[in-house]
Design a protein around this ligand. Structure first.
Ligand SMILES: *Cc1c(COP(=O)(O)O)cnc(C)c1O
Length: 813
């Protein structure tokens, strides 16, 4: 990319105020953390609920960035850089992309729909890449920000574009259409469900079709609802199962593959698809339709369709052996996704030492040398300690790097690799699919049993943003990560949150805080129930105590004296009605006396805890707690002449009493996807999914019993599956004996008989499944909320009971 500033001033409808008007732009960034080649970078200061790019500008000017698209010039920056002043920086990014898109005239395929967009995009890329130099959206970059960023990746060498577009409310597609400007459209599964954000199914269809306003052809599965909304001038190429359409499809499923017959007036042929689920078959057919449209020969279609593979869209964080953390991205190795993976590595690394195992890099559109030059810059920009290159091209091109270890094939690497070659480091494993890096992942992965709790880090961010959206922008947030992050993994969550502007972390005991510090978390941490024996360690690890009594305060002051501390931050807890820990009203005088003129400690915050913020019937009681808090904390502030942070709201408090947000709130269960209120719960995304796999399937005859104490007797012939998860993993026995269920292949499988220590049996008589298939113990279905209702407990207890022997896997979509 090389664009003159003068050209984009107009394109972005901006006002230019700058010092170097003759510069050229060679790349674009919206993320201050991952800038390269700073002088040619155009930085868009995007603003949103949880970020404001303007905050980073002064810093970036220091680092050598010169060009900024802004709403306003931040104080202190006037005259120090080039500024493009616009009303809306996101709109400017989109206008920039529209301008950039117009510089290229090759055909573009655009994909939208309710599901299957990313899979179809990736498959089309796989199917067409032998014949085209393709630019495609990286991962699932399909949003108002993702689409322009995808387009900005185009360069002169590309001759085909494949982009996906996703929308969530009316009006959005209008912005994306001129950025993508597709020639061929593919509409994937549109679903029948009413989607949040749209008033009706038809409105949703109408909106999505706006992407194809200027297209020459639309490919889709014949569907009356869609046909109704189509522009009569848009040519279509339709398919359908066993009914009239341009192409008729007929499927016969085998155990692990599907035989698809393709019938059109001029020909009929069969292809084998290497899977049997309906969604994959539909996605494969949509991809095949593009090949038909492009006049591919039947032989090639057959060969390539048989090679389709499951798409792993997410970067997965896994535990490796020898204390390593693995980031598994073993499905792609193109230049654009390398950048995403390196940024992800930076955010999720658990060790100072960073290693990358990288295959030859493909599909960049650049000449080999230029490409590896760019790869090299990116690697050094991310301070990678060790690079293992696999493939002949990378081995040759990066040979001059220090700490570079070349191998020509994956097999060669696996043969020469020593079991302990990696230790206490974060290893990014990124390779094109044909390099079979999944074998490297299996090799390096810690070996544990197959029951895992998957934590969706995107959902955590979503939930955080939901609560943020209900707060004033200046209100600080403390995230409670006590009890191992409500069972979800405190360190990884803290790490994920450190990029989200969280002001404090809350833990229950000092050891939890020490573990976070040892893992490199630098966010301030409050210890909610500090034990006296841990005071010295807390000071050493920079952990801030909650102080709930005069006795405790005296003890802490003694330690502060011994350790020569001054102004050590402490947090005063008031007991306004919970009657657990905290100062009562009549104890405030003693507290004031202790703190008066004391410079060993400094009151960082004053807080209290609501006992019933989720109980509507006790609204008045809660208001009384808040009134006490206001009165007592004001008294302390006046007497001590201090102005600390004040906070009283937990999750339900944020939802029900936002007027009492003071300067900070303490978010707990809501972050983990559980709301105590039904409406609130609907706005949250599911975070944890507890999964296992079927160990064995067997048929049981009528009259036979299942499990301990013969609590289940089969009335008829049934089929049961045994799962390797039991009460020792934290699943209550009360959930067995047909009270509870698990989900297998999207169907309910009721738990039959008593749950044992390490296993349980479920009824799969009516479920198409086999040994090795995955079973969801909780997640979306059943949810922990549903389980808690049946078991007469609360979701908190279910989440925090999941045993530590269950492996946690963290992923980002
Ligand atoms: C656990 C805890 C919270 C968070 O409560 P949620 O209901 O999970 O939001 C807040 N404050 C204190 C003092 C806590 O102990």
């Amino acid at each position: 990319m090389s664009i003159k500033i003068q050209d984009i001033v107009v394109a972005m409808h901006s006002k230019f105020e700058g010092i170097q008007p003759d510069m050229e732009i060679d790349n674009v960034s919206i993320d201050s953390r991952s800038l390269q080649n700073n002088t040619g970078t155009l930085f868009f200061a995007l603003t949103g609920q949880n970020r404001n790019g303007h905050q980073y500008i002064n810093d970036l000017i220091h680092k050598g960035v010169v060009n900024f698209v802004v709403n306003h010039i931040p104080t202190g920056a006037v005259g120090k850089a080039n500024f493009f002043i616009v009303d809306n920086t996101l709109k400017a990014l989109q206008d920039f992309a529209i301008y950039y898109r117009k510089l290229f005239s090759f055909p573009v395929i655009a994909i939208t729909g309710s599901s299957g967009k990313t899979v179809v995009k990736e498959w089309l890329n796989y199917l067409l890449s032998p014949d085209f130099n393709i630019i495609r959206s990286p991962k699932s970059y399909n949003s108002q920000v993702g689409v322009p960023l995808s387009i900005i990746g185009i360069n002169q060498k590309h001759n085909l574009g494949i982009f996906e577009a996703g929308i969530s409310i009316p009006g959005e597609m209008e912005h994306l259409e001129p950025i993508i400007r597709p020639e061929i459209g593919v509409l994937t599964n549109i679903g029948t469900a009413h989607e949040e954000g749209f008033t009706s199914h038809q409105e949703k269809i109408r909106e999505k079709l706006k992407l194809f306003k200027n297209a020459k052809l639309l490919i889709y599965q014949k569907n009356g609802d869609v046909a109704k909304e189509l522009d009569p001038n848009l040519k279509t190429f339709t398919w359908a199962f066993n009914e009239s359409a341009d192409v008729i499809m007929n499927t016969i499923k085998d155990t692990s593959s599907t035989n698809l017959t393709v019938i059109r007036p001029e020909e009929m042929f069969a292809v084998t698809l290497p899977f049997t689920d309906d969604a994959s078959i539909e996605n494969a057919i949509n991809s095949l339709m593009v090949l038909l449209h492009l006049n591919y020969k039947v032989d090639i279609i057959k060969e390539r369709m048989a090679g389709l593979y499951p798409i792993e869209m997410r970067l997965q964080v896994k535990n490796g052996s020898n204390g390593c953390t693995l980031i598994d991205d073993s499905y792609s190795s193109d230049y654009q996704s390398l950048k995403i993976a390196l940024d992800f590595l930076e955010q999720h690394k658990t060790h100072e030492k960073k290693t990358i195992i990288l295959s030859d890099v493909f599909q960049s559109g650049f000449e080999t040398e230029e490409l590896y030059d760019k790869v090299e810059k990116m690697l050094s920009g991310h301070k990678i300690s060790q690079v293992i290159g696999i493939g002949d091209t990378i081995s040759k091109q990066l040979a001059h790097l220090p700490n570079f270890y070349p191998y020509s094939t994956t097999q060669e690497f696996l043969t020469h690799y020593r079991a302990n070659a990696f230790e206490n480091e974060t290893v990014l494993i990124k390779g094109a699919r044909n390099f079979r890096f999944d074998e490297i992942v299996v090799f390096l992965e810690e070996k544990t049993h197959q029951t895992v709790l998957e934590i969706n880090l995107n959902a955590i961010t979503h939930n955080l943003n939901f609560y943020k959206s209900r707060l004033k922008p200046e209100t600080k947030i403390m995230v409670m990560v006590k009890a191992f992050g409500y069972g979800s993994g405190s360190y990884e969550i803290a790490k994920a949150l450190s990029h989200q502007k969280v002001d404090y972390l809350g833990v229950a005991v000092a050891d939890e805080g020490i573990a976070l510090r040892n893992a490199g978390i630098t966010i301030p941490i409050i210890v909610m129930n500090p034990e006296r024996s841990a005071f010295a360690a807390m000071a050493a690890y920079n952990l801030e105590p909650e102080v709930y009594s005069a006795k405790e305060l005296r003890a802490f002051i003694t330690v502060a004296q011994q350790k020569n501390l001054s102004n050590y931050p402490i947090h005063i807890k008031l007991d306004t009605g919970m009657h657990r820990l905290g100062f009562m009203e009549d104890q405030l005088a003693e507290l004031i006396e202790l703190l008066h003129n004391n410079n060993l400690v400094s009151v960082k915050s004053i807080f209290s805890h609501l006992s019933s913020s989720d109980v509507t019937d006790y609204r008045d009681f809660t208001l009384g707690q808040i009134a006490n808090f206001e009165k007592w904390s004001s008294h302390l502030m006046k007497e001590l002449e201090i102005n600390p942070i004040r906070h009283i709201l937990n999750t339900s408090g944020i939802y029900n009493f936002p007027e009492a947000q003071y300067n900070m709130v303490r978010l707990g269960i809501g972050l983990y996807g559980v709301g105590n209120d039904e409406e609130e719960y609907k706005c949250l995304a599911n975070v944890g999914t507890l999964k296992t796999v079927i160990l064995q399937i067997k048929d049981v005859d009528p009259g036979e019993s299942i499990g301990y104490s013969r609590r289940f007797i089969a009335k008829e012939k049934i089929r049961i599956a045994t799962l390797p998860i039991g009460y020792a993993d934290g699943i209550r026995r009360a959930w067995g004996n047909e009270k509870g269920y698990v989900t297998i292949n999207n169907k309910k499988a009721v738990i039959t008989g008593t749950i044992s220590m390490d296993m349980m049996m479920v009824d799969v008589t009516d479920i198409d499944c086999k040994e090795g298939d995955s079973a969801v113990i909780f997640g979306k279905n059943p949810s922990v909320v549903e389980m808690a209702q049946v078991l007469g407990t609360i979701p908190y207890e279910i989440l925090t009971s999941i045993s530590q022997r269950v492996k946690r896997i963290f992923y980002k979509e």
